[in-house]
Design a protein. Structure first.
Length: 56
């Protein structure tokens, strides 16, 4: 089915993190009506492992 819709996507990133911090997807029909809006946010990211150092 052809909806004649437009799709807009925004993605927020941070250098050094291999995941999107947030993203938004908006689907708008030709008449201006919002057909779909979705927002996803990163809420947890694994911390880097702490390297143990030898104490003399």
């Amino acid at each position: 089915m052809q909806l004649s819709a437009s799709l807009s996507r925004k993605i927020w990133v941070v250098p050094g993190i291999s995941a999107d911090m947030a993203s938004e997807t908006l689907v708008r029909l030709r008449n201006g009506e919002v057909n779909q809006f979705d927002r996803q946010e990163l809420v947890r990211y694994p911390a880097r492992p702490v390297l143990a150092t030898a104490v003399s």
